[in-house]
Design a protein around this ligand. Sequence first.
Ligand code: GLA
Length: 725
Amino acid sequence: MPIAFTEKNRIFHLSTKHTSYLFRVFENDYLFTLYYGKKLRTADMTHHWQVYPSGFSPIDQTFTDHDFSQDLMMLEYPVYGHGDYRAPAVCVRFPNGSRLLDLQYEAYSIQKGKLPLDGLPCTDGAEETLYILLRDRKSGLGVRLSYSVFYEEDVIARSAEIINSTNDTVILTNAMSMSTDLPIGDFDMISLDGTHIRERQIERKPMRNGTQSVESRRGASSHHHNPFAVFAAPHTTEFAGDAYGVMLVYSGNFLLRAEKDAFSSVRVQAGINSFDFTWELAPNESFITPEALLSYSDKGLNRLSQQYHDLIRTHLGHTKTVGKRRPIVINNWEATYFNFDEQKLIDLIGSCKGLGIDVFVLDDGWFGHRDDDRTSLGDWFTDKRKLPNGLYPLIEACQSVGMQFGLWFEPEMISEDSELYHLHPDWVIGEPGRTFCRGRQQLILDLSREDVLSYICGAVRRILRENRISYVKWDMNRHMTDAYSRLLPPQKQPEIYHRYIKNLYRLLDTLTKEFPDVVFEGCSGGGGRFDAGMLYYTPQIWTSDNSDAIARLRIQYGTSLAYPPVCMTAHVSASPNHQLGRTTPFQTRGLVAMSASFGYELNPLNLTDDERAMIAEQTAQYKKIAPLVVSGDFYRLISPFEDDDCAWIFVSKDRSEAFAIYARQLLRPASNGRRIRFAGLDPEADYYIEELQRTFGGDELMYAGLSVPVLFDFHAVSYTMHRVN
Ligand code: GLA
């Protein structure tokens, strides 16, 4: 049974295949965390209840143990105002000005499976869900916590519902999706930080006393911090040691924080950022938080990542891409930028003949009168100057060379130079009478409004209905400022960020359900909204606007800590690279991009015959290894953040096939050759390596390692392994 309740001690025990999560209804019906970690068969954890008296920790009068203080205990969903000075999980303001809450246990229920989360993206297919109802007895306000157990994946999905069962309107000022107190605070916090064209770089720092956090106040999850963190024991490596992961399924302002207290316990919380957030709750209304996904591994970071990869690949999102190879794309952005017309695109498409590419994606510049980034966002009809016959001739051209057609949109945005802006200048986010900040020359549509939502939905729907389109790239190229909605009443203004995201989800839900065969790719100036919320609707995301293969080693390696490689779109682009000016071999660009959802971002007309031949080889190679990218286990082997090199391997679940790459960032002068120790193979089996045309034992490849050549800067090699016995 994944979820058990022991009446005697009032202990809840949530079990996954390798982990246990326990909490208890304690004296006076308070809910205390007991344990999260490696699996326990049974647990009588009552002996853990020794409390050391501590000065300045307030004592609840009603407890029989007069040394008891909530300030010292591990609390499952802490509140503000009743003895605990650490960060609360939930805060409200009552009409009388009181902010005090005291949540006590009322009831529980266990249900098979898992329910959807009120229009928010979330996982599905859990074995069981536990609901715990807590109540503030003075006001009557309720909180329902939910815990869904993914047994095989070792993940527990949590969220909270704040239920206003009082007779008055209350203001919610903070509602975390989860809070958990870990008793041992000796952790490193690992987060994925960066900026545009340098996303998700791995940062690992020992935790100090006090609060450490990553957050976004940008209206999107952002390039700067990702809604994901790992708390790892100091000696945890990729292959050994304790690691706790927290991932938020949310794409807006988030907060992921860890507070290490004087007693070295750590409170970990994740949820919507309470910065500039309040939510008005009328009587009988409730607020549901986004989902947080917790996972634990005692086998290091690779195992933890694999648990998330398995969960995301099979339990997040309703698209038909699950288990399938993603199309090989050619995108014209870096090939033409805004500078194209019908003939130029038809020539480009024609030149893809025989290259093995599945979809041509027409990027920015096809609509309104968009010759640069100052105009036309919002005018989702073809630019008659560039495309006098619409999209039709391009779609025909694609079909004549065996490709499908895809299209770029940036639906959430508006240019002041657009027909839409002239009709609806009031549709933008911003307070009238103030000047607004532009980002990339554009403003943001106020998607918290129903009229804006239905305009965008209609505009995208029309294009998708009228044309044979199999792929949509959904972009979002600036972050929010001037957060003010003209339709929201004053007390609801701080709801704008979350309302925007909820309507974005509604919009994506409608369109992805209406066009189930279209692959939706997410994008936000590359990887500025690379989060589990977006992955629910857009099963792959353009990982970064930085398409340089060497920079991509770090970006993709970092991203893989949380998200499966198949969710990352990666393209071979021209060399020298447009963002960094670096010259890299075609092979390196191919191998790095192939370790993800693969494609090209260049003009085949500008290539040599040799390079064109290499594209044909690469697409053929990718089609062979794609099942590994789609559903294999991914192991990080050599970190580009810590080494001059980088290596990783994909291994099929049955360990019969594997694909590894080894790449050089910078060659240290006079360095010897090295051996790479692979992982995930069957030590009892032998593997034929295609590139070497030789067979090695799985044990030799993993324990002794394979000697790899001394590579020059920016070169890379691959090892494609087939089990032979
Ligand atoms: C963003 C995307 C790019 C491209 C441009 C078009 O920067 O990340 O891939 O689509 O917009 O303007």
